[in-house]
Structure formats: structure tokens, C-alpha cells
Design a protein around this ligand. Structure first.
Ligand code: HEC
Length: 102
């Protein structure tokens, strides 16, 4: 079915646009001052966060809450400060995006 090819390409395009928007959100909310996708900075690499919680159905809501409220003791003694500039919806969307990293 030749008509399936453009639809597939379009969905890929949408996925790319969506991922880019979330990456820009991480940027604009200052998350990259302590985090990177692939490597530990002050906080854990998002890739490592994703592999730690792979298969954990509660992870998205747990992490969304932690993004907003901050906390310590999971990755070490350094605490993540609260991020009051992040709304509940943004926190959920960022948590979901972080959990998709490989
Ligand atoms: C001032 C530095 C700093 C900033 C800014 C920061 N983080 Fe963190 N983040 C940390 C540290 C340190 C940890 C490890 C906390 C721990 O061990 O429990 C962490 C942990 C995390 C975790 C894993 C939490 C867990 O319990 O496993 C996620 C997800 C996360 N941060 C997302 C974000 C997002 C999204 C932002 C931007 C809105 C952000 N962080 C901004 C320092 C920061």
C-alpha cells in the first residue's frame, strides 16, 4: 500500500517535533545546568534515570513529583532543589520524555 508510506513518515516527523519540544522545555526550565542526556553532571544522566526505572509503572508520576519538589538520596547525597517554575503538566511530560531515553 503506497499510501502507508507518507503516513508513516508523517508520524515519524510528529514524534521528532514532539521530542524537540520537550528537549527545549528541559532547556528553558534550566534542567541542563545539572543534567545531560548521556552523562552524569551534578544530577544523573537522563539515560541512566530511564534505565533505572524501566518497567516501573509508577515511575512517571513519582518522577514528576520529584521534578517539582526536588529531593535527594536516590543517586547520592546531592539534592535536587525544587523546581517551582515547572507546572504539574510540564513535569509529567518531562518525566515521560526522560523515561524514553535509551
Ligand atoms: C541544581 C541542580 C539540578 C537542577 C537544576 C535539576 N536537577 Fe534533577 N537532579 C539533581 C540531582 C542532584 C539529582 C539526584 C537526586 C537524588 O539522588 O535523589 C536529580 C535527580 C533528577 C531525577 C531523578 C529522580 C529520582 O528520584 O530518581 C530526575 C527525573 C530529574 N532530576 C529531572 C530534572 C528536571 C526535569 C529538571 C528541570 C526542571 C531538573 N532535574 C533540574 C540536580 C538538579
Amino acid at each position: 500500500m503506497p499510501t502507508k508510506i507518507p503516513l508513516f513518515a508523517f508520524l515519524l516527523f510528529l514524534t521528532a517535533v514532539e521530542a524537540n519540544a520537550q528537549s527545549e522545555l528541559l532547556q528553558s526550565k534550566n534542567c541542563f545546568s545539572c543534567h545531560a542526556m548521556e552523562s552524569h553532571v551534578i544530577g544523573p544522566a537522563y539515560k541512566d534515570v530511564a534505565s533505572k526505572y524501566r518497567g516501573d509503572k509508577e515511575a512517571k508520576s513519582k518522577l514528576a513529583l520529584k521534578i517539582m519538589q526536588g529531593g535527594s538520596g536516590v543517586w547520592g547525597q546531592i539534592a535536587m532543589p525544587a523546581n517551582p517554575q515547572v507546572s504539574a503538566d510540564e513535569a509529567k511530560s518531562l518525566a515521560a520524555f526522560i523515561l524514553l531515553q535509551k
